[in-house]
Each structure stands twice: as C-alpha cells, then as structure tokens.
Design a protein around this ligand. Structure first.
Ligand SMILES: [Zn+2]
Length: 129
C-alpha cells in the first residue's frame, strides 16, 4: 500500500514538473519516448463526455513518438538538444523569442509540424460536412 502511494506521489511530482516545463518553453506538449504530456488546459470533453485533444497537437506529438522509434531514444534526445543549442548559437540571442525561434528550427520540429499539417488535411476528407 505504501509503495502505491510512493508511485502515485512520484507521478504527481513528475507531471507537476512537466507542466512547469511546458509553460516555460511555451510548448503545448512534450513527448518522451512513447509518453506524451499535454498541457492540461488543452484537454477538453466532447459531447459524449470523452476526453478530446486538438487533432493537430495530437498528430504532432505522435510524429515525435515515431521519430523516437526511428532514431532511438538517446540519439533522438542528443540530436534534438544539439540542434536546439546550435540554433541558439547561430542566432546569438538568448531571449524568449530567440529560444522560440531556435526551437521552431529544430529539424524534428519542422518534420512534426509538416506531418501534423498533412494529417489534418488528410483527415478533413472523413469529417461530416
Ligand atoms: Zn514538437
């Protein structure tokens, strides 16, 4: 019983930190391997009381899951952070806008945005008009 409480506490703390992280970075979600963390304020309920995510965001984070699988977790994280650091260095600025631009220029982010845009466009065909 005590173990379950500890596990619960661990996850609550991890989620709290990730929420702060998403707020600082100004991102709506973070993917770690196969785990996707979404800013709670973006989760809503549909008319059937089921939880709902913005489809563009869901597709974007799923694209990152696939990138992790393709590259391997360590290689993905290494290349992602290296690219972010190089982008920041090139811009020679460290303010919030420069950090945002450095983040947007990471090739994995460009690919995930394109994949999500393609998915949304493709999925439009199946929606009721
Ligand atoms: Zn992303």
């Amino acid at each position: 019983m005590k173990e379950i409480e500890q596990i619960k506490k661990f996850y609550q703390e991890a989620f709290r930190k990730l929420n702060i992280f998403t707020a600082i970075l100004g991102v709506h979600g973070i993917t770690l391997g196969q785990l996707i963390f979404i800013l709670p304020s973006l989760i809503s309920q549909n008319e059937n009381q089921k939880l709902k995510l913005p489809e563009n965001l869901a597709a974007h984070e799923i694209a990152h899951v696939l990138q992790y699988q393709r590259e391997g977790i360590l290689k993905f994280i290494y290349k992602y952070l290296r690219s972010y650091r190089n982008n920041l260095k090139q811009g020679k600025k460290w303010d919030k806008d420069a950090r945002r631009q450095a983040y947007l220029a990471i090739p994995y982010e460009i690919e995930a945005r394109q994949t999500a845009a393609d998915f949304v466009k493709w999925n439009e065909r199946f929606k009721l008009k």
